[in-house]
Write a protein that binds this ligand. Structure first.
Ligand SMILES: [Zn+2]
Length: 372
């Protein structure tokens, strides 16, 4: 197969974008898995559906017909998006100059499609790469990969390299490091009372939570690359009742596992300020940090050389957001952000840059051809 034109690539990606597939809508994510599965079956690949759990759609594992059990190249993608069904009305599929808009077009249907196409153009030549090529498409990356994590780790066991098709950052940069994350639910339980007649008897769950939040948020330390966010809070029943319950979500981001361990154990062992109010913290590490190791630097240098041959400069960067690459970066050479260039992930101006499609697809294909 000839290298597809930018128009052909874009048309293929747009077909996938039309199938809106938020993580929570298992039926629609399943439909995406069907589409991708059919394409790989047509390429003689070994295709396996890993059943979904906890209401999530299934995951899709694909292996090239060559290479047997040898450790290979793992292409990691997700087919779920953050946008609810109906976003196509607010973010219609359209092209303005070099920008092509649509929900999930950048994060990451574009990258997933390019990965598949890189493989297809290689397989159709009849030439077999040194290493077997395997793909894992997961259904729940956008909600923290809670059901796919074990399958990602298992796929890592038979991988020599991992290429993640998440979108590029800041003008085509690929990702060689990411923050790790931890998530918690905090709960306080106090004593309800009428705020007029029995104020003295009440113990406010909201007041306790407010104090805890202030204490925990004060731990944000940019120099140490540790940040805290309480992103949601809920509590109380009426304006004139001292609230019995309050719940809040807590999100930690960090660059090193040492800092993570220290802060996770700190928050899990906090006492309540008011001994009459209980304070509990449930949760823990969701994604370990993706630290740039020597093998990652080596793989990046190789990719940079390939990009130069194709005709563009590849730059690596560190980013705050996590991805499935985080699960494998401590053990394997991982390159992330190999997907399309663009902007606006998770927003209503999400778009890819059409000019990035062919070069990024060719880079993935050259990696498949040259890694050994
Ligand atoms: Zn993504």
């Amino acid at each position: 197969m000839e290298t597809p034109s930018p128009e052909e690539l874009l048309t293929g990606i747009q077909e996938w974008v039309k199938v809106e597939s938020p993580t929570s809508d298992a039926g629609r994510v399943e439909q995406m898995m069907d589409i991708v599965s059919e394409i790989f079956k047509g390429l003689d690949c070994k295709v396996e559906r890993i059943p979904g759990e906890d209401g999530r759609a299934s995951h899709l594992s694909v292996s090239s017909p060559w290479g047997g059990d040898e450790k290979g190249i793992l292409m990691l993608s997700h087919l779920d998006t953050v946008h609810p069904v109906g976003t196509l009305e607010d973010l219609p599929i359209r092209v303005e100059g070099d920008k092509a808009y649509g929900p999930g077009i950048y994060d990451m249907k574009g990258g997933a499609y390019l990965g598949l196409t890189a493989y297809r153009t290689l397989a159709e030549t009849g030439w077999e790469s040194d290493l077997p090529i395997r793909f894992l498409f997961v259904s729940d990356e956008e909600t923290g990969s809670t059901t796919s994590r074990k399958h990602i780790e298992a796929a890592g066991e038979s991988a020599k390299y991992v290429l993640v098709t998440e979108p590029a950052r800041d003008g085509g940069k690929i990702v060689t490091g990411r923050q790790g994350s931890a998530r918690f639910v905090m709960r306080t339980q106090g004593r309800p009372a009428h705020s007029g007649s029995r104020h003295k008897e009440g113990r406010s769950a909201i007041l306790e939570m407010a104090k805890q939040i202030e204490r925990i948020e004060s731990k944000t330390d940019y120099d140490r690359n540790f940040t805290v966010n309480v992103g949601m809070i809920q509590g109380g029943t009426t304006a004139n009742t001292i609230p019995e319950n309050c719940t809040a979500s807590l999100d930690f981001r960090f660059r090193s596992l040492d800092v993570a361990d220290e802060m996770i154990s700190w928050v899990q062992n906090l006492d309540s300020f008011n001994p009459d109010v209980t304070f509990t913290v449930d949760g823990g590490l969701t994604r370990p940090p993706f630290e740039e190791t020597q093998v990652i630097r080596d793989l990046f240098a190789h990719a940079k050389g390939l990009a130069a041959e194709i005709g563009f400069e590849l730059v690596g960067t560190f980013t705050g957001g996590g991805s499935d690459g985080n699960f494998l970066a401590a053990k394997l050479p991982v390159l992330d952000g190999l997907g399309v260039d663009g902007e606006g992930a998770h927003t209503l101006h999400e778009h890819l840059l059409i000019s990035s499609l062919v070069p990024r697809m060719r880079l993935m294909r050259r990696l498949m051809e040259t890694l050994h």
